[in-house]
Write a protein that binds this ligand. Structure first.
Ligand SMILES: [Fe+2]
Length: 177
């Protein structure tokens, strides 16, 4: 059972993570169109991770006796001002997501919902990593990206990222069985 406000915020976060996924998929498509396939790969992996986040929260709500009520997912932007613009937008987006996670955490603490506080701990750690990755992408682009050869190398490097399902997905799926 959940406090209604916490349950509502968790439901909104399921949708917010799905929006994040679509935002990164839209960014990935932009990179593919510009033949920056390594960056496209990086953001495609990011899309999959965000879908994992959405499913983790979805399964947690159900496992903990809550009701899932999915709202509309906003359309992501389809036009971007360039590589740096995308990298900057992705950092700003992760900072926004961090603030959403903190708000759920505050609400859960306010009603002594310690199971949700504990559940969110992983997301809080994950946001540190997400913001760090996004900042690193900007920093490396600023160092090397304005030079065509530098951008070529960065793109190759971004191609090295591969997807493995976040272990929490299976954990929370199995808990519900
Ligand atoms: Fe996320």
């Amino acid at each position: 059972m959940f406090d209604p406000k916490v349950e509502d915020l968790l439901n909104k976060q399921i949708v917010a993570e799905a929006y994040s996924a679509n935002l990164y998929l839209s960014m990935s498509a932009w990179f593919r169109d510009k033949n920056l396939d390594g960056y496209a790969n990086w953001f495609y992996v990011q899309y999959k991770e965000e879908m994992d986040h959405s499913l983790i929260i979805y399964n947690y709500v159900l496992n903990a006796g809550g009701q899932v009520k999915l709202g509309a997912i906003d359309a992501p932007p389809t036009e971007f001002g360039g590589v740096r613009d995308i990298l900057k937008q992705s950092l700003e987006h992760e900072q926004l997501v961090t603030s959403l996670i903190y708000a759920i955490n505050d609400a859960a603490l306010g009603v002594k919902d310690y199971k949700t506080v504990q559940f969110l701990d992983w997301f809080i750690q994950e946001q540190v990593e997400e913001e760090d990755n996004a900042s690193t992408n900007i920093g490396r682009f600023d160092l090397f990206g304005e030079d065509p050869k530098g951008l070529y190398s960065l793109d190759e490097e971004m191609n090295g990222r591969s997807y493995t399902q976040t272990p929490q997905v299976a954990h929370y799926e199995n808990e519900g069985a």
